[in-house]
Design a protein around this ligand. Sequence first.
Ligand code: PLP
Length: 370
Amino acid sequence: MIPIIARKEIVMDIHVQPAGPDQRKPKPTDESQLGFGDLLTDHMFIMDFDEGRGWHNPRVVPYQALKMDPAAMGLHYGQEIFEGLKAYRLADGRISLFRPESNIARMNRSAARICMAQLDVPLVLEGMKQLILLDREWVPRSPGTSLYIRPTMIANEPHLGVRPSRSYVFYIIIGPVGAYYKEGLNPVKIYVEDVYIRAAVGGIGEAKTAGNYAASLLAAEKAKEKGFTQVLWLDAVERRYVEEVGTMNMFFVINDEVITAPLNGSILPGITRDSVITILRDWGVKVSERSLAIDEVTAAAESGSLKEAFGAGTAAVISPVGQITYKGTDYVVAGGKMGDLSRRLYDEIVGIQYGQKDDPYGWRYPLTEA
Ligand SMILES: *Cc1c(COP(=O)(O)O)cnc(C)c1O
């Protein structure tokens, strides 16, 4: 395995080429209309990797199409990984990230799993910072809005033959995104998928890599046709134990215990999941990372001991679940409303992200001085 490079200092200069007036896009005028994933800013960070030479030519350039050989290995054999995190405007005007080192560390674990090059954490952080500060006017100001950050790595050696690529391109693109909840935190309806699976233990489920999302599309489309927002995945072997939902980790509150699936290889190790567990334990709430059978969930729903269920991920932070449908039966959760614990967690995490609450864990990462 390729060793993880851990350095504190950046040894490479990042070349910055600002976009000309004709390369600049109009910024959104109405932040209440911001959606997710369509708008991208004027610049991007990009750098290249070749075996023997390592990462080189880190640069911030005008947003542009990639030049890639049609035989680029990432397009054929799926060596592609990505991350998702956000920048927030703090109450004091500074721009801040949330636990960005955790995202880059996870990207290196994703890379190791599918034999891609390891990233230099300080270099990526510095590139991210320079990109965001150059495009800082794109960071929206309305409550709940943020700047979404998408680091991506693709194998780009032109070669038709299955083996790890010897060259990679890494880039970061960013764009303003709207408040996830426009009309308050409305609980979602989820469909428990008992035919298709997302990932199996021993596979690549714990890596944030393209193939996992391709694997999830058909079930998600079918669930949407039936009127559901998301699919709740069960384990690949027995279709019995709950795993995760869409791009969120799942939590169930049964009596006084908060339960989430263990990180056994098929589940994405969410940073929000980790934040939730940390905060709950600090609050003295019992959290168990353990296998939870769907039958235990439905029985708890029937007996009234299933108090709350929610998803946790960067996009929505906390997404309350109001209904779970399994094998044709609908189970209402928390009276179809947002539960108290879900609400408190949401307020706490969002408060830390936007600088309205204390940050006892050092999760905020301001990019500028006050
Ligand atoms: C990204 C992702 C998550 C959530 O991770 P966060 O770091 O909390 O955003 C959970 N599950 C899947 C499948 C994901 O892709």
